[in-house]
Design a protein around this ligand. Sequence first.
Ligand SMILES: Cc1ncc(COP(=O)(O)O)c(C=O)c1O
Length: 379
Amino acid sequence: MEKRYLLAPGPTAIPPEVLLKMAEPILHHRNPLFESVVEEVRANLKYLFGTKNEVLIFASSGTGAMESAVTNALSAGDKAICIRSGKFGERWANICKAYGVEAINIDLPWGDALDPALVEKTLKANPRVNAVYMQATETSTGVRFPVKEVAAIVKNYPNTLMVVDGITGVGVFELPLDAWNIDVLVGGSQKAMMLPPGLAFAAVSDKAWEFSKTSKLPKFYFNWAKERTNLEKNQTNFTPAISLIVGLRESLRMIKEEGLEHIYKRIDKLAAATRTGATALGLKVFAKSPSPAVTAIVAPVGIDGQAIYKTLWKKYGVTGAGGQDQLKGKIFRIATLGYADKYDVITAIAALEFTLRDLGYKFEMGKGVAAATDSLKDQ
Ligand SMILES: Cc1ncc(COP(=O)(O)O)c(C=O)c1O
């Protein structure tokens, strides 16, 4: 028998309470029973995304809601600043390109922190920019970007929207849409929302709703206005992912019960302990400004990062993630977002020690676990 641990930056582990709810006989979506589920979900999504406005729900992976944040806000020929410093920043630029929006890319070396002043400089140099697209966490590098600071800059540009891919940020750290003047905040179910993949979310500010009135890009499935009209009646425009929404009601109840402040602190401590454990083994954290969602660790000289990630899951039952694209073989990643606690971190660091020993890395066995455990002692 081998127990398995899912510590990837998505999909993440799902609490048994949520799994059981999703296994219940399916409801019909045009039935009052389902409408009461949607009603509760709408209220709790507003809490999670920090907004008085509706949080739109799509049956798609997170990228669907990212695409909606281009097609519902902009028109062909518009300009958008995209922060490209990893796989997901590149996705913003690619979506813009697909729809004829001119992407003005801020390219940073993968792993670097973003200086908000660079966004301001780029906005000043390009007077007609309609949107800034960025990540809260660039999952591929483990970097957290300064959303609050960039939003405070973009707020002063009435013709520019601040759009944030919060797919590995929502439910991980503070990202209140209304209080921080974020205009669109995108989420995905398979991350800190503790659900399987299949739901995408877009919280939309009043400013972004104004932009949507004049947006001319083609849209059909991902149509904000139609979704909002339906949501206000506790309905969705098309057949919803019913069982996922039933699961979402449960996961949002759990989130509300723990409270966002407590969740943010918990995840922060777990990520700090992961970094402490790894550095005690002589390893380096890759991100200059590390996100609590996921820790990217540099593979030691002479050891393939893919071998570390594969040995972790094949031999020791811990599924993290490898590096993507230019980082393949150079890093591996361990996530702490969502349904994670201190024993997950200790397990991950213990499995990492077994793995590194197998791969011939020289270190003092137990040092990482001791450091991680010590850092978690008050948890
Ligand atoms: C930051 C970020 N953006 C976008 C995505 C893409 O989401 P999806 O695969 O759900 O479309 C991911 C998924 O890993 C992500 O971590």
